[in-house]
Design a protein around this ligand. Structure first.
Ligand code: PLP
Length: 391
C-alpha cells in the first residue's frame, strides 16, 4: 500500500537470487569463489586513507560540508582531467562531487529529464540504469550491444523520429569490457546534437586499463551537451567510501547541483580529502592496481577458452564477458553453477536481454582461484539436463 508506482517500477535484481544460491552452496560445504560482484578487493592508496584518518581528528570536518568546501576536490578533479585527458574544465561550474557515480546518475536523470522523456540505454547494461530510469519515469529504448560490432551501439540504426532526451553510454563497459575510441565518442556527441539529446557517459573504469591502452574521455569531443560520471570506487578502490564526481555541460551540472541540494550535503569532508589525495597521486599508483586485474584476466581468459567458451581478451575494466556455447538460460546456469560448485558468476541475462547466452566474471579473486573456478565450471552442464539436487 505504501509503495509508490515509482518504487514499484524499479526492477528486482537477479543478484538477490545469486546471493541466496551462494548461501546454499556455503551451507552444503562448498568453498565459495564469488566472482559475481564488481567490488575491488584491493586496498585504497595509503595517502587517501591517511587523509581520511587525519580528517576524523579535525573538528572542522564534522559539520555539513557546503559547496565552497568542495573546492579542493573539484580542483583536484579538474587537474586530473587536464593531466589525463587534456580537458580544460572550470572547477567552479563544470564539476560536482558525487556520492558515487550510481547516486550521480540517478539524480542527474531527475535533473535533466521530465517523466515520459525517452532514455536510450545500451543492452546489456549496468542494471541500476534501469532502476534510475524507472525512478525518473522515463521511457526506455534499448540499443543492442552486439559482439560483431565490438559491443558498440549502432546509432545510425536509431529511427530518425526517435528524439531521446538522453543517450547513456559506458566505456570501458560493464558488463562486456568493450572499449570505445575518441572517434566513437565524437560521433556519439554529434549524433546527440542532431537529435537534441544530452550525452551521459558513465566512466568508472577510466583507469582500469591494460598494457598500453588508455581509455579516452567522452568530453574530449567537447563539454557542452555532455556529462561524464567519474568514480573513485574502481580506480582507487574506494568503493565503500562512496565518492566520485560529475563533469561536463554547465547547465546540466547546475541542474544536478540543484536536485542534489534537496537530497544531500556532499560527501563527508574527510572522504572528500581522501578523494582529493587519491586524484593527486602519480598515474603509476593507478597503473599498479590495473596490473593486478590484468594478471587475473591473463589467468582466466585462457582457462575459459580451454572450456570452449568464446571470450575476447579485455583491454580494460574488471570483468570477463564470456559467451557459453549452447547456453539458453544464463540465470538457471548461474544458479546451478553456484549450488553445485560454489562458483558464483553473474548471469548475462541480469544485464539485459542481449546478455542472454553470456556470463560475467568479476576479476575480484587471485589468479589461482580464477583458474580453479574455470576448472569447477567444466563439470556444470550448460543446459538443465538433470533436476537440481534437493537438499
Ligand atoms: C558502469 C558502472 N557505473 C557505476 C558503478 C557504480 O559506481 P559508484 O561506486 O561510483 O557508485 C558501477 C559499479 O559497478 C558500474 O559498473
Amino acid at each position: 500500500m505504501w509503495a509508490s508506482k515509482r518504487a514499484g517500477a524499479v526492477p528486482g535484481s537477479v543478484f538477490a537470487l545469486m546471493d541466496a544460491a551462494k548461501e546454499r552452496a556455503r551451507a552444503t560445504g562448498y568453498s565459495v569463489i564469488d566472482l559475481s560482484i564488481g567490488s575491488s578487493d584491493q586496498p585504497p592508496p595509503e595517502a587517501a586513507l591517511e587523509a581520511l584518518r587525519a580528517a576524523t581528528r579535525d573538528p572542522a570536518t564534522y559539520r555539513y560540508p557546503l559547496f565552497s568546501d568542495t573546492r579542493p576536490l573539484r580542483e583536484a578533479a579538474a587537474a586530473y582531467l587536464q593531466r589525463r585527458f587534456g580537458l580544460a574544465v572550470d572547477a567552479e561550474a563544470e564539476v560536482l562531487p558525487l556520492i558515487g557515480a550510481q547516486e550521480g546518475l540517478a539524480h542527474l536523470l531527475l535533473a535533466v529529464t521530465d517523466p515520459g522523456d525517452t532514455l536510450l540505454l545500451p543492452d546489456p547494461c549496468y542494471p541500476p540504469y534501469l532502476g534510475a530510469a524507472a525512478v525518473a519515469g522515463l521511457n526506455v529504448l534499448t540499443l543492442p550491444l552486439l559482439p560483431e560490432r565490438g559491443f558498440l551501439p549502432d546509432l545510425d540504426a536509431v529511427p530518425a523520429n526517435v528524439r531521446p532526451r538522453v543517450l547513456l553510454l559506458n566505456y570501458p563497459n560493464n558488463p562486456t569490457s568493450a572499449v570505445a575510441d575518441t572517434a566513437f565518442f565524437a560521433r556519439a556527441a554529434a549524433w546527440c546534437r542532431s537529435r537534441g539529446a544530452l550525452l551521459i557517459h558513465d566512466h568508472p573504469y577510466a583507469e582500469l586499463t591494460f598494457g598500453d591502452y588508455r581509455a579516452p574521455s567522452a568530453l574530449e569531443a567537447g563539454l557542452t551537451g555532455s556529462v561524464e560520471l567519474h568514480s573513485l570506487s574502481k580506480t582507487h578502490h574506494l568503493g565503500g567510501f562512496r565518492v566520485g564526481f560529475a563533469v561536463g555541460d554547465r547547465q546540466a551540472i547546475a541542474a544536478l547541483a540543484r536536485v542534489k541540494s534537496t537530497v544531500d550535503f556532499h560527501p563527508y569532508l574527510g572522504i572528500q580529502r581522501a578523494a582529493t589525495a587519491a586524484l593527486g597521486l602519480p598515474d603509476e599508483v593507478g597503473r599498479t592496481g590495473a596490473r593486478v586485474f590484468q594478471q587475473r584476466r591473463d589467468a582466466l581468459v585462457p582457462a575459459l577458452r580451454h572450456l570452449g567458451w568464446e571470450v575476447a581478451l579485455p583491454q580494460a575494466s574488471m570483468y570477463v564477458w564470456a559467451r557459453v556455447p549452447g547456453l539458453e538460460d544464463s540465470v538457471a546456469y548461474a544458479l546451478r553453477a553456484a549450488e553445485t560448485t560454489g562458483v558464483v558468476v553473474s548471469p548475462g541475462r541480469a544485464f539485459g536481454e542481449r546478455g542472454e547466452g553470456f556470463v560475467r566474471f568479476a576479476l575480484v579473486q587471485p589468479p589461482e582461484l580464477l583458474t580453479e573456478a574455470a576448472r569447477r565450471l567444466a563439470g556444470v552442464p550448460v543446459q538443465d539436463e538433470a533436476p537440481l539436487p534437493t537438499r
